[in-house]
Design a protein around this ligand. Sequence first.
Ligand SMILES: [Zn+2]
Ligand SMILES: [Zn+2]
Length: 260
Amino acid sequence: MKGFLLIVGSIVPKLPTKIINMLLAVQMATQRSLNTLFPGLCFVCHLPIRDSHFLCRGCLEALPPMPENCCFHCGTTTGQPVFGCGSCLLDNHYPDRVYFPFLYKEAMADLIIRYKFSDCTEWTENLVHLTMERVGDHLIWEDLDLVIPIPLHPFRLLWRGYNQSALLAGGLAKKLHRPLVTNGLHRIKMTRPQVRLNQKDRQHNVHNAFLARRCVVKNRTILLVDDVFTTGSTVWSATKTLKKAGAKRVVVCCLARVDH
Ligand SMILES: [Zn+2]
Ligand SMILES: [Zn+2]
């Protein structure tokens, strides 16, 4: 609905710049005063916080980290240091590398659900910061050319108003000093939400769901960004499309991976 409101907003005649600047200054001053008088509450333990938008330091440190020793290509926990598990080594359509700073459970699952569906877009900076803290060194080492988010279908984007993966990708692109490219990969199929589907149906649902622009992705090392990695069907389908269009390497970064 937010997208619809934005369109309506753009039709309304514009206010004079002087009045807009005055309103913005009042809004910023009010926000600063409110932050001092009424600090935010931690999303998990509800204690007051001053230095973060959503979690206190204790709860931040308690977020479930990814286990060590995961397959480089699909993130499956292997229990021992290996580059790729058996199934990934047999299929070159898997990402060249996947990174997940957290497991999708407990507070992190609640946090992502609210970030995705409840307009908590002001958390982007914090989530990007956490991601960089945990996997930033690896991402820098990957020597990336572009950052591309998993796109939403235009109808879903209009209904939801924002693409949380694009917000995360934008934040990461800024930190990594790499361009954010939103026209390199398009979702051309209106897929069903993956959450209620089993693995086979998920793969079928996202089969041929994406279209990549060859002139943008050819011979590029791409950071593909999504919020949650569940069974991997979405990022694998997008990776396959990017590689067919000539991408040199596809590195995936998702905020969290479902524990399986
Ligand atoms: Zn807390
Ligand atoms: Zn694997």
